[in-house]
Design a protein around this ligand. Sequence first.
Ligand code: GLU
Length: 322
Amino acid sequence: MQRSITISQIKQAAREAYDESKGVTGGANANYIPYLANIDPELFGLSVTLTDGTSFNFGDTDYRFGIESVSKVPTAILAMIQHTPDGVLRQIGADATGLPFNSIFAILLENDHPSTPLVNAGAISACSMIAPQGASREKWEAITGNITDLCGSAPELIDELYESETATNFNNRAISWLLKNYNRIYDDVDMSLDLYTRQCSLGITSSQLAVMGSTIANHGLNPVTGKQVFDAEISPKITTMIASVGFYQHTGDWLFTSGIPAKTGVGGGVMGVMPGLFGIAAFAPPLDDAGNSVKAQAVIKKFMNKLGLNFLSGDNVTITAD
Ligand code: GLU
């Protein structure tokens, strides 16, 4: 079906979804990372960036929260820029695990494979792939530079979060060494884990994440800065990964009810990608039992349902000026 939606309709849907989701309760801040346990649970923001660069922001959209697992998306993109999508498929994989983000069992089930760069194992493996080999500082600059290009502005490390994660990341240490045992870590193990921990500790705003989502939706061209950040062929590859594992063991339920591929993080952020149309990001700290923000899920679902959008509908949707 051919459909057209106006920019005002999108803004209106975002405003209504935001207002109606303010009262959504339930969930709890992540408690296994001390810094996250202490964030104000009332914070709530919603941002939408269209592929023409128009943005709408409601609520706490300038608050810098821990990007956490949403950082797995830009680093997977960087690994694909540097090693091609096939290289990442070969060295990491692109399979949904159907298991929690930090699952060790998933590594064993996948026959020694980290599965996908969007779970902890594959994300640590992706950090190990980033060039240049053996150079922590340059690798870090490549990772943060890529995030800056995708968002059109720089993220900032939250030192306290980084210290908090480093002091408590015992499970991720176990994952890293298990991967090393299976030859799935392609650089120094401790350096790769540290890069992963640091990228999770970057502070980001929902308005920045909406631009990142829009850059992915816009075939790698950042609609705000006009910079071509990655080749268009990478866009459907990363969106496939987001669609298949973005909500970990609840990915199927999420896609079924929301109609948009999205990636979550235990900092309370969710970033969605609507191919060709827009990026969307919501932030609210309380999480469900799988580590996904309760309010962020609610607001994005409401927004999608109000507009009657689903990335698999087959509709040819265009956004028009009013
Ligand atoms: N830094 C977190 C961890 O590795 C990220 C998890 C997430 O956001 O899902 O446990």
